[in-house]
Structure formats: structure tokens, C-alpha cells
Design a binder for this molecule. Structure first.
Ligand SMILES: CC(C)(COP(=O)(O)OP(=O)(O)OC[C@H]1O[C@@H](n2cnc3c(N)ncnc32)[C@H](O)[C@@H]1OP(=O)(O)O)[C@@H](O)C(=O)NCCC(=O)NCCS
Length: 424
């Protein structure tokens, strides 16, 4: 069966997390992704947070599936020649270097256009044009600058970052959409274009509802926030603890075993259409008609008291028992799942969301597969490449260099002759 992006060739000049998540997705959709890495070290994540002494780290392997790797020192004349050949043959260059790096290397947008006017150059940067455009940025900086940290956590505590990598992987996703959109437009225009996803912008996009609330604040307190009715609202969106972001009030409640299990909790939503069922399940049938509880508006000032009462009930059952019971009545809820529980969930393996992958130096490891399922373009997850594993194959088969030319490139040191000699 063919793949959606079959025939698209990507020059993957990415490193760390944000760029690699983007190119990994494109590879899963069938693009030929050629990862260009510095000889010797390669992507810095190969050796970061290592769990096994001489194997590529999980950090690297879990972000670079289905790619090929070529080592190339793009600061040497021969390295530049090879990079130019790659630019001429690829459809898209994806990069997430610090601002100015590509220009310093000699590969400005103008130069790339000269080499290949149809090339799409897609970049992740920390910030868009403006006061911070030259800053280097990592995940948590983006979460802070994009509005996530100021709106996450509890009102009486400091700003909090979230475990979801919305700055890195979130921006990678945005960039991938920009790339396929530019490819689509290129079918008409024949031209490439620049695609920019700034991490601050991507995080802000994911925090859209908080900017909504910033504007709602001007018209009085936000009644679904835990600060209402007794707490103070200032002039900016406060941290809402575990309150539901939408119009349906929700909170995290303790379940049986919470004293020892940090994840014995359930997210419970007091959805208005099922209020009667909620009252029956928790044994508070009088709330169905009591004017203080019967309508969503009447409940707003009492939400924390209501959640406290529901929690008295949830504490008597495990989170999965609560889930079973509430689902029978269509009451929205969700167990707080630990990473261990997720890794043991068989259904996630059946859908390809979790995948076991074989790797020559680290053995088998668990990874997250493609979360986006296409019925006509199924994903087969293959292991990440070893550093420079496909260098010869790419020089020969993709770029058409002769054996003599490849020898010259090798002898120049551009693809890592130093290590090769050291190994001999
Ligand atoms: C992530 C980040 C902070 C890392 O910074 P860093 O480790 O210092 O890496 P840089 O991007 O600055 O690149 C470092 C150098 O490696 C060089 N380099 C990279 N690949 C190379 C190659 N194949 N051959 C030769 N040199 C190479 C670059 O040319 C650059 O050199 P220069 O500074 O002398 O011009 C930075 O790249 C960044 O801000 N990226 C944009 C935002 C982003 O994606 N952040 C999230 C990452 S998950």
C-alpha cells in the first residue's frame, strides 16, 4: 500500500525535540527523511539522558523513527558541496537551529532559493520577529512565554509547567501542518516558501481559551473558576487548579487508595444534562429538586462543596470502579493514569499508539507510534538510524556521487573520516 507522502524527500536538519517530532511525523506518513548530523556526536540527544552506556538514548530513538542518517560537517567546503546537492534534490528542508545559524553556515534563504527555487524551508524558532527573536529557547521557556505557565497550577502556588511537551512536540506538530500546506500550495505555484512555527506562538495557540478568559475578565468574575465566589480576581487570568477549561465544571477527586497511590484519582465532570444521574449515583437525590443545586447557575457558587461530596463517594471505590459506574450513566470522567498503567494498556498496542521496536544496540524498547491514523496510509514504525548509518547509501543512491567522488568526500573529513580512521 502506498503512503500519503511517498515521493516527498525531506532534508532533516533538526535536533533535540521540536524539529525531530515534526520530521518523524512526515516520515510516518511516508516521506523519505534524511537526517543530517554532525560527524562524531550527531544530534546531541543521542547521548543525553542515557540509560544504557553505549547505545543511543531513548530520548533520541523515540524522536527519530523511520529516518535515514548521514553525517556531514556542513562547515567544511566538501560538506557544503554535499549539502548543496541535498538541497537540490530535496523538497523540504526542516531546521530548528538557533537564530542565525543557517545564515552563518552560508545557507541563507536567498542561497537556498538559488539552488532550488521549489524548496520549502521550514523552521522552528523560539520566538517570531520581535524583541526576543534572537533568543535560544527550550521547552519550558516556551511554556512560560506562551502563557501556559502563568495559567497552570493552583492560585496559591507558583506558575507551573506541564509534563506535556507543548512547546517542543506541540510546535513540531504545527510545523508539520505548515509543511504539508506549503507542499499543497506548491502544486499550483511550483515555488517553495518559508514556513515558520515559533514556539511561543504554538504554545499561545494551545492556550487560546486562556486569552478568551483574559477578555471575559473585563465583564466580571469567571464563575467556573475555583476563585468564585470567595476568592479575588486580579486583572489577569488566574491559575485555575484542576478546574475544567470549558463550560462544564470539573475537578480531580480522590479514589480508594489515594493515601498511598499518587495516581488514585479521577477527573469528574458535573455535566449539566446528567445532573440527575450524578445525584442518584452519589446518593444525594434531594439535590435534584433543591433550588440551591438543581440548576447549573445555582451550583456555580457551591462547586467545591459539591465536588467534596462527590469525593466522599469516589473515595470508597477504585478509579476504575468509579469509571465503570459513571460511564453507565454517561457521566463524563477519566482516570488519572500513570505512565506505568499506560505502558501496560493492551488496547494502545492494538491501535499502534504504543509500539515495541527492536534496536541493534539497545535491544527492544517501547515508543509512542503515530497518533494520527490514516486509513489509506498506515504507519509502520521502524527504529531510529545509527549515526551516519546511511551516509554511503545517500551519497551514492540519492545524490548520485561516484565511488571516486565519495572517496574524495570521505578523505576531506566532511563525513567523519577522523572516527573512521580511529576505528581502523
Ligand atoms: C535548541 C537550541 C537552544 C540548541 O542550541 P545549541 O545546542 O547551541 O545549537 P545551535 O542551534 O546554536 O547550533 C550550534 C552550532 O552547531 C553547528 N552545527 C549544527 N549541525 C552542524 C553540522 N552538521 N556541521 C557543522 N556544524 C553544525 C551550527 O552551525 C552552530 O554553529 P554556530 O553557532 O557556530 O553557527 C537552539 O538550536 C534553538 O534555540 N533552536 C530553536 C528553538 C528550538 O527548536 N528549541 C527547542 C529545541 S527542543
Amino acid at each position: 500500500m502506498g503512503k500519503a507522502l511517498q515521493g516527498v524527500r525531506i532534508l532533516d536538519f533538526t535536533h533535540v525535540q521540536s524539529g525531530p517530532t515534526c520530521t518523524q511525523l512526515l516520515a510516518w506518513f511516508g516521506a523519505d527523511v534524511i537526517k543530517v548530523e554532525r560527524p562524531g556526536e550527531g544530534d546531541i540527544t543521542r547521548s543525553q539522558l542515557r540509560d544504557l552506556p553505549d547505545a543511543d538514548s531513548l530520548y533520541f530513538t523515540m524522536l527519530n523513527h523511520n529516518k535515514r542518517s548521514i553525517t556531514l560537517d556542513t562547515k567544511t567546503p566538501k560538506g557544503k558541496e554535499v549539502l548543496e546537492a541535498l538541497i537540490k534534490t530535496c523538497d523540504v528542508m526542516v531546521e530548528n537551529f538557533a537564530p542565525g545559524v543557517l545564515d552563518r553556515m552560508g545557507f541563507t534563504w536567498e542561497r537556498i532559493q538559488e539552488l532550488n527555487p521549489a524548496m520549502i524551508v521550514a523552521s522552528v524558532k523560539g520566538f517570531g520577529p520581535g524583541p526576543f527573536e534572537n533568543c535560544k529557547v527550550y521547552e519550558n521557556v516556551a511554556q512560560c512565554a506562551g502563557g501556559a505557565a502563568s495559567t497552570t497550577g493552583f492560585d496559591d502556588g507558583p506558575p507551573m509547567v506541564t509534563g506535556a511537551q507543548i512547546g517542543d512536540s506541540g510546535t513540531g506538530l504545527h510545523l508539520a501542518l505548515g509543511i504539508v500546506t506549503a507542499l499543497y500550495q506548491r502544486r499550483e505555484t511550483g515555488r517553495g516558501q518559508k514556513v515558520l512555527a515559533a514556539m511561543q506562538d504554538a504554545v499561545l495557540n494551545l492556550c487560546r481559551v486562556k486569552l478568551r478568559d483574559q477578555q471575559r475578565l473585563a465583564h466580571g468574575p469567571m464563575k467556573e473558576y475555583p476563585q468564585y465566589p470567595n476568592g479575588e480576581f486580579g486583572d489577569t487570568v488566574p491559575r485555575a487548579g484542576n478546574a475544567s477549561g470549558g463550560g462544564q465544571p470539573g475537578w480531580i477527586l480522590k479514589c480508594k487508595g489515594w493515601e498511598t497511590d499518587p495516581n488514585a484519582y479521577i477527573y469528574f465532570i458535573a455535566q449539566a444534562p446528567v445532573w440527575k444521574s450524578i445525584c442518584k449515583v452519589i446518593g444525594k437525590e434531594e439535590w435534584i429538586t433543591d433550588p440551591d443545586y438543581a440548576t447549573p447557575v445555582a451550583r456555580l457558587p457551591r462547586l467545591m462543596e459539591i465536588f467534596g461530596t462527590v469525593e466522599e463517594w469516589t473515595k470508597t471505590l477504585t478509579k476504575f470502579e468509579v469509571m465503570d459506574i459513571l460511564n453507565k450513566y454517561d457521566i463524563p470522567c477519566g482516570p488519572i493514569l500513570s505512565m506505568k498503567e499506560i505502558a501496560e494498556d493492551k488496547s494502545l498496542y492494538e491501535t499502534g499508539t504504543l509500539v515495541e521496536v527492536e534496536h541493534p544496540t539497545r535491544g527492544s524498547y517501547l515508543t509512542v507510534g503515530n497518533p494520527i491514523k490514516l486509513s489509506d496510509s498506515p504507519t509502520e514504525v521502524t527504529r531510529s538510524p545509527l549515526l551516519g548509518e546511511h551516509t554511503d547509501e545517500i551519497l551514492r543512491d540519492v545524490l548520485g556521487f561516484s565511488e571516486r567522488e565519495i572517496m574524495d568526500i570521505r578523505d576531506s573529513g566532511a563525513i567523519g573520516v577522523v572516527e573512521r580512521l580511529a576505528a581502523e
